[in-house]
Design a protein around this ligand. Structure first.
Ligand code: AKB
Length: 314
């Protein structure tokens, strides 16, 4: 059967690269990119695009009616830092956007749904090192709360209605193609741009703040591998722990100095994102993903740093 795939939130940091990868795998005309904003040149010219707000049920219904998708990826969301600036909007978008899609997927018998969760589902009382799949979860950002609630809804729709919904708890994602969208881990992208522009960077996170991260190439490959996995092998229907490499701002700066020896790293004062970072894990145990669908990251810190510079210099 030919797959018909709808990607909602296609212009964001993940969507930009996921749409390209899906169009390569499934054919350009079979992957419909949807966003509330006009897409960049690549997405617009390589396949179908629709303006869609995931909170508008009628528009969404028309998209399901028109394309009858076999797979839907819902990526539209407000992230941790921007979510704290507008908690009610973050809750509305992250929660009602998901419920709209879960309901339509049941109505239109969509074969598979993908929805991203995050390490933000963990909180101050979750174990910090090699955070397990199952443990205390007490997120204290509206983003984390909405992701944890969303995970419960995904599992609920799977158990009650048999919906094949799959999810990953992304760590901080590092990429060069599209700008990051208001997260706490965004420093790990800005640092590369400033390193090239002025050989210095002022980090909004303090020295010693270790967070789980991943290169976008790994994240896209992992996402598609999860969606391609045999349904019987997916034992987690909330969301899978998933990780690449953990590091602090100073470890990343040391790696950057291998390319730009004069690079200096400074620290800003009193940024609200520090409190968010302090509530998150330092590293993640993703052994369920490894066992269930063979997940293995390819990019370590050295490899991702070299690849970032290679592409950003272009
Ligand atoms: C954020 O920092 O909010 C995101 C995330 C870890 O989900 N990058």
């Amino acid at each position: 059967m030919t797959e018909k795939i709808v990607v909602l939130g296609s212009n964001g940091q993940i969507g930009t690269e996921l749409v390209t990868a899906l169009r390569t795998a499934y054919g350009e005309s079979n992957v419909v990119a949807c966003d509330i904003r006009r897409p960049d040149y690549d997405i617009k010219n390589s396949g179908p695009f629709e303006f869609v707000n995931v909170l508008e049920k009628d528009t969404l219904n028309a998209i399901f009616q028109k394309y009858k998708p076999t797979q839907v990826y819902l990526l539209a969301a407000l992230l941790s830092a921007t979510g704290e600036q507008n908690p009610k909007l973050a809750w509305d978008l992250n929660m009602n956007g998901l419920l709209n899609i879960l309901d339509l997927a049941i109505t239109y018998k969509t074969a598979k749904v993908y929805w991203p969760s995050s390490i933000a589902v963990f909180g101050p009382n979750s174990p910090k090192d090699l955070t397990p799949q199952f443990c205390v979860m007490d997120p204290n950002t509206v983003y984390g709360i909405s992701k944890l609630a969303g995970e419960r809804w995904c599992e609920y729709y799977h158990q009650k209605f048999g919906l094949d919904v799959r999810s990953i708890r992304y760590p901080g994602l590092i990429s060069w193609k599209a700008a990051p969208g208001g997260g706490t881990t965004d420093y790990a992208i800005h640092i590369f741009h400033d390193a090239l522009k002025k050989a210095s960077y002022t980090s909004f996170l303090n020295a010693g703040t270790e967070l789980p991260m991943m290169y976008m190439d790994d994240a896209i490959r992992g996402t598609i591998e999860l969606m391609d996995a045999n349904a019987d092998d997916i034992t987690i229907r909330s969301s899978y722990n998933f990780t690449g490499v953990s590091f602090t701002p100073e470890t990343l700066a040391d790696e950057i100095r291998k390319h730009i020896p004069e690079f200096t790293l400074n620290y800003g004062a009193n940024d609200p994102r520090q409190q968010i970072a302090d509530s998150w894990p330092r590293s993640i145990d993703d052994s369920y993903a490894a066992k269930d669908w063979g997940w293995k990251p390819e990019f370590d810190l050295g490899k991702l740093t070299a690849d970032m510079f290679k592409n950003l210099k272009k």
